[in-house]
Design a protein around this ligand. Structure first.
Ligand SMILES: [Zn+2]
Ligand SMILES: [Zn+2]
Ligand SMILES: [Zn+2]
Length: 164
């Protein structure tokens, strides 16, 4: 198996750290919120379904709507960032506050963080701002991940799990 050379931003937060994060934005500390935030820290770029599974494994029965609401609340206060590359389901990550971008594999859908080369938004110069005050350029780098590049061409494209 090929070891990915990319190191994902993944942090195992202690429950105290996660709790402190919730308090810092004046969100009431609840078990589902703790579980959702911890899951997003530990699994960068997870989708709602995966968060639901992780939270159920952690705290037991919880509805899809409840997890969805928590993700939305955490996104609104800026503890979680929501990304949605074209054609993909919404993903969530806890790496917030920087202007990092994403590499997305067209074959397997793998998503990898990449630092902004400029380090602040907007990192592209617009040809004509037409009077807009521009604060962000949304950058997604599309291509083929190392695992898919080296996959034999006469084989079916590996599914996402094999490709990670
Ligand atoms: Zn791939
Ligand atoms: Zn990211
Ligand atoms: Zn950039």
């Amino acid at each position: 198996m090929i070891q990915s050379r990319f190191v994902p931003y993944s942090v195992e937060m202690s429950s105290t750290d996660v709790e402190a994060q919730l308090r810092s934005v004046s969100l009431r500390v609840t078990r589902p919120r703790l579980a959702v935030l911890a899951a997003v820290h530990k699994h960068p770029h997870v989708d709602t379904e995966a968060v639901l599974d992780l939270v159920r494994a952690d705290v037991g029965a919880v509805s899809h709507q409840a997890v969805y609401d928590v993700l939305r609340a955490l996104t609104n206060v800026g503890l979680v960032r929501r990304i949605q590359p074209a054609g993909a389901t919404a993903r969530y990550e806890a790496r917030v506050g920087d202007n990092h971008h994403h590499l997305v594999c067209r074959s397997c859908g793998a998503i990898t963080d990449v630092d902004c080369a400029v380090d602040r938004a907007p990192c592209l110069t617009v040809s004509d701002d037409q009077g807009f005050v521009i604060d962000e350029a949304e950058v997604v780098y599309w291509g083929t991940c190392p695992d898919c590049v080296t996959a034999p061409t006469n084989q079916p494209v590996p599914d996402r799990k094999e490709c990670r």
